[in-house]
Design a protein around this ligand. Structure first.
Ligand SMILES: [Cu+2]
Ligand SMILES: [Zn+2]
Length: 188
């Protein structure tokens, strides 16, 4: 056989094999599986003081059967009630905490008490500080979530100077921001 015809044969066979392989590949019917992220069962925020304040603490969130258990232990507060909210942005970069934006409100509701039918997802009520400036908060919340469209992961937590009155719109008139934290996923 002539050299050119051997070459020709090889090329034809080569492309033929490729064509058969290509035809055997079925078009993608299912989307490629998404890489599994961390399983979200718990979240945590470390609270740091804004400029001129000394408020510190930890807020944790754990998924339980009836909702999300919120636990907060905070120090350095003036005695009395202090508005306690999840705000839209997990951004505590500004000295006054305003970089965290307004209350986290993905459902377009009015501001309210945490047990109200109408509330922002971020409305957690008040922390009550004792005479030593310490506040402890433990509440099972049935509105906020750690997954899905109302997830609070990556949002901010703000502790305010004054009490949240649950009626003034859109913030509860809780005044300045004493402390700020960012909610992150914690180990299940
Ligand atoms: Cu707030
Ligand atoms: Zn609110």
């Amino acid at each position: 056989m002539a050299v050119w015809s051997k070459y020709f044969l090889r090329v034809v066979l080569g492309w033929g094999v490729l064509l058969v392989l290509a035809c055997q590949q079925k078009p993608a019917e299912k989307p490629a599986p998404q890489p599994a992220g961390p399983e979200v069962r718990k979240a945590v925020a470390v609270i740091h003081p804004t400029e001129g304040n000394n408020v510190r603490g930890v807020v944790s969130f754990v998924i339980l059967e009836g909702g999300v258990m919120i636990t907060a232990d905070v120090t350095g507060l003036p005695p009395g009630p202090h508005g306690f909210h999840i705000h839209q942005y997990g951004d505590c970069t500004s000295p006054d905490g305003k970089s965290a934006g307004g209350h986290f409100n993905p459902t377009g509701e009015k501001h309210g008490a945490p047990d109200s039918l109408h509330r922002h997802v971020g409305d957690l009520g008040n922390l009550i500080a004792d005479e030593n400036g310490e506040a402890h908060y433990k509440r099972l919340d049935t509105v906020l979530k750690l997954v899905g469209p109302t997830s609070i992961i990556g949002r901010g937590i703000i502790i305010h100077e004054k009490a949240d009155d649950f009626t003034s719109q859109p913030t509860g008139n809780a005044g300045a921001r004493l402390a700020c934290g960012v909610i992150g996923i914690s180990k299940p």
